[in-house]
Design a protein around this ligand. Structure first.
Ligand SMILES: Cc1cc2nc3c(=O)[nH]c(=O)nc-3n(C[C@H](O)[C@H](O)[C@H](O)COP(=O)(O)O)c2cc1C
Length: 362
């Protein structure tokens, strides 16, 4: 089988995006069981937890699912950089009533060990974000029976994944919530909208493309398939799902989102990510270029964000969400994907009627 055939065979070609901090295995199982495809966000998991997490999903569904890893660079902060970053964060920790953490000696789970756990567990699909895997690692996963999907924010990144031997590309448009997946160019060179990105990657690379970014309902699903996507990957649209682990203040902020609520920020993690603007983002904006690169800043703000979530305070929390967050609705994930797929069919039918009418009057 090929990845294209797997995606073509899905009853509903909707992939639930991996979302560190907002999803665990509950939503993965719900979406896969309902005919879509769930994705486990394993980026933050210690290597030893990856096998058991995949086994737990397998014990609850025989349907295909994916697992995502974040390819964080090795943390290499300069002398004094961590202390300076902690000093900058001290007033925020004081405001949250949480102790300023000690300088940690590990900033992110070891990627190579995570990768070995992934190969051993061999999920049906694995996706990767923030870099491109060497082709030898792509081949190892494929030999284990796993389709490999690379996240790309530009055509050049899609080509890089195709050259590495990937089975498919997740095209992440500028609209997307959470971290930007760029790895070849600067952030300014990696801000292509989903519509342009899906169509241009389709033209450049002979692999199935999964469209991501700004897709919130059946209209976006239909539009993406019309552009040539083999499936869509939706994140923000699941933030309010019953099975999501989105914290209370984050849910409230998503539900209260107005017209144009999101911005890109580097302040929380040292890597650009899109979220609903809050006080931390606004006040840190001027110094965001000075914070240590991901994953260092990410690790240094983790206890602050955990304290804020516990205190029900949305102002000190990373409220990751995409540009179209105001369209997010609560509900059961299974009901959501069935409704979106029915809506996509309605949209396609309305377009068929509309285009036929246009041709008849010519
Ligand atoms: C809260 C949140 C967390 C995310 N975490 C991850 C992640 O762990 N790995 C990843 O590849 N993408 C992650 N993303 C990005 C999604 O995979 C996807 O590109 C994005 O959600 C699509 O755009 P949308 O949010 O407009 O649907 C995250 C997105 C959000 C909103």
């Amino acid at each position: 089988m090929t990845l294209a055939a797997l995606l073509e065979g899905l009853p509903i070609p909707i992939i639930q995006a991996p979302m560190v901090g907002a999803t665990l295995d509950e939503i993965v199982v719900a979406v896969s069981e309902a005919g879509g495809m769930g994705t486990l966000a394993a980026g933050g998991l210690p290597p030893a937890d990856i096998g058991p997490a995949i086994a737990a999903i397998r014990s609850r569904t025989s349907a295909p699912f994916g697992v995502n890893l974040l390819m964080a660079p090795k943390a290499d902060p300069a002398v004094g950089e961590v202390d300076a970053a902690l000093a900058r964060l001290a007033p925020w920790y004081a405001e949250a009533g949480a102790p300023l953490p000690e300088a940690p000696n590990q900033f992110a789970p070891d990627f190579e060990a995570q990768f070995e756990a992934l190969v051993a567990a061999a999920p049906p699909m694995a996706s990767f974000t923030f870099a491109v895997l060497p082709s030898a690692q792509v081949k190892r996963l494929q030999a284990a029976g796993t389709y490999v999907v690379g996240t790309a924010t530009t055509v050049a990144e899609a080509r890089a994944w195709a050259e590495a031997g990937a089975d498919g590309i997740c095209a992440q448009g500028f609209e997307a919530g959470g971290h930007r997946g760029h790895f070849l160019g600067d952030i300014e060179d990696s801000l292509v909208g989903t519509m342009a990105l899906v169509a241009t990657i389709r033209a450049a690379v002979p692999l199935p493309v999964i469209a991501a970014g700004g897709i919130m309902d059946g209209r976006g699903v239909a539009a993406s398939l019309a552009l040539g996507a083999a499936a869509v990957q939706m994140g923000t649209a699941f933030l309010l799902a019953d099975e999501a682990t989105t914290s209370r203040p984050w849910r409230r902020a998503a539900q209260a989102a107005t017209d144009d609520p999101t911005r890109l920020t580097r302040a929380f993690t040292g890597r650009y990510a899109r979220g609903i603007e809050n006080r931390f983002m606004r006040l840190m904006h001027g110094v965001q270029d000075a914070v240590p690169a991901y994953p260092v800043q990410n690790r240094l703000t983790q206890p602050l964000r955990a304290a804020a979530a516990k205190a029900d305070d949305p102002e000190l929390l990373s409220l990751w969400a995409g540009q179209a967050v105001r369209l997010a609705r609560p509900g059961r994930a299974a009901d959501m994907i069935r409704a979106w797929w029915a809506e996509a069919a309605e949209v396609a039918e309305a377009l068929r009627v509309r285009t036929r009418r246009g041709q008849e009057t010519e």
